[in-house]
Design a binder for this molecule. Sequence first.
Ligand code: IPM
Ligand code: MN
Length: 363
Amino acid sequence: MASFNLTVLPGDGIGPEVTNEGIKVLKAVGEKFGHNFNLKYDLIGGIAIDETGEALTKDCLKLCKKSDAVLLGAVGGPKWDDPQASVRPEDGLLALRKGMGLFANLRPVKVFPMLVDSTNLKPDVIMGVDLIFVRELTGGLYFGRPKKRWRTSRGRRAVDSMVYSEQEIERIVRVGFELARTRRKHLISVDKANVLESSRLWRQVAIEVSEDYPDVELEHMLVDACSMRLIQNPTYLDVLVTENTFGDILTDEASMLAGSMGMLPSASLAGVPQDGVKIPGMYEPIHGSAPRRAGLDMANPCALILSAAMMLRYSLGLPEEAKSIEQAVDRVLEEGYRTYDIVAEGQKKVGTRQMGDLIAARV
Ligand code: IPM
Ligand code: MN
């Protein structure tokens, strides 16, 4: 019987509710395939600030680094939103990314055919969308130095720095190429090379790395053009790799193709995914903590459940088990069950817990 150590960080708002459903589904996977998941719970985000004064304690980071993978719900809420506050829930997330070395953020966006009418875009534009963003997660504007605010005789000034080393670019671009190899063999590297020096280095390194991947076609796209292409012709896109801030913005835009953020998982990895290699990683839904929905048994647990599937695939080396979860989600949607965010006429509206039960039963 294979045994895996997982750290579970439910976090704030709807985080704990959707996490419960993810654990329920993992237990079903464990029973079906004979695996044992050892769970250790800890705090992150607002609840961690309330109980420890820090958004992520050193002990929690240590626990995360020791485990095979980390499953996270969501962080943040109005209670901790004071702009003057010295510590914010989001700091916990950034510290976890940096502390675990999670440089590669995978954000797949797949349009479920049965949900094609629950988006704002025309069905014929989004039908068949199946793309994946590879966002650099530990560099660029988020972490570059100098990063500060100061006073001058002519008023206040502030600076953030978009800094990249060639090593940082190389490893993230490799993630893009490796994924492209397993898909349509088309990698789009997104930059702003017509203006930014860091983007010119990015583009050059991408071209150099492409020599190791003659089977993959590399295309460069400017970030402004990419934001347009995402809603104009999204089925053209397959694997996209980009720096931290561009990736943050483009993936929110891309999430709207799928109708609800409640359906979109993500993985943050500390290595390049390759067949048969287990990579330390953290897995979380794309959506936030949705404080107004918290405690109402309303939230859509699918994004978290699909994040758990990504965890099985990339960190635990269990691709069959991952598929069993993804197929279970497909089946439940095909049978017409919907949480409030994706419900339409004639369908069966269910709450968070019932959605989790239905999926677990179909694993
Ligand atoms: C995301 C979020 C985070 C980010 C915030 C919460 C720090 O928007 O994961 O995309 O900007 O990376
Ligand atoms: Mn974001």
